[in-house]
Design a protein around this ligand. Sequence first.
Ligand SMILES: [Zn+2]
Ligand SMILES: [Zn+2]
Length: 355
Amino acid sequence: MILTHGALRPYPSCLTRLSRLTRHLNLSFPNKNPFSISVSRYASSQFSPILSVSHRHSISCVQKGDQVSVEQPEIIFMGTGTSEGIPRVSCLTDPLKKCPVCAKAVEPGNKNRRLNTSILIRFPKPSGTCNILIDAGKFFYQSALRWFPTYGIRTIDAVVITHSHADAIGGLDDLRDWTNNVQPHIPIYVAERDFEVMKKTHYYLVDTSVVTPGAAVSELQFDIIHEKPFIVHDLKFTPLPVWHGRNYRSLGFRFGNVCYISDVSEIPDETYPLLRDCEILIMDALRPDRSSSTHFGLPKALEEVRKIKPKRTLFTGMMHLMDHEKVNEGLLKLMETEGLDVQLSYDGLRVPINL
Ligand SMILES: [Zn+2]
Ligand SMILES: [Zn+2]
């Protein structure tokens, strides 16, 4: 595993900051599992044509302050849990029974502690380090509070939206801290149907003319995506359309040879070819037993893994019935019996990738 943190921008206090961040990185790197893959840059050209979405403003990666430069692209799991978060408050206040997973999740650093499902893709560009977030849900602030300072993440260079449920877009308002204090604006890549929802849920961010003069809100630029590949900061994203409940569409995304599908109850036939030769699959697995009407359960998710055949799978979107250690112990056995490399992810997990 290679993770290099290079020089910070020459800010006055950068030496102090560098030493602090270096310490953070050395001490808090949670992914001790050696892992390396080799994939071609920006994957193959099997998905064409590439749709370049229109940019209303030119965008470039911003780099300043405490941002750490990276040489190795990576993903950071900002959250791996369900909408209500884990631990559930209702479990902690239940006078009749103790929920074993939520009781453990209270402990700081416990891997059962999970916020809304989201990842951050961090990769180097000649102009600086780029941070692309997939989804900003209700708990985005808490996720960012936990991981941005720890891993030296300063800017949010774009947000790509999977769908418009609250645990995927509920944090859009929190982006005001970045557009007020870090960078002028944030591009949001969103499907038309989800943008229509945002017009209602976040009407004042879509049409800032309704905001009281002088009041500061997130400065967001909405770029409409379709079910065709698009480019964000030179990185190609291929949408992976899936069903997330009956008649409700959600998007997974492929970037490099990583496929990310966070909210899925059924993969349509036409999406399977897009998952071919996937090296890292990140997939929804809500609970250990059955699927729900909107999410894969673990047995169904494993069935899909056997069909898709990625080199490595990390599950996400786990509810409180998924005990991190216990489930992972069971999954580990699949390596011996079937050669399946499958594990649950956890908040803060970093995985090096090749783009
Ligand atoms: Zn619980
Ligand atoms: Zn959802």
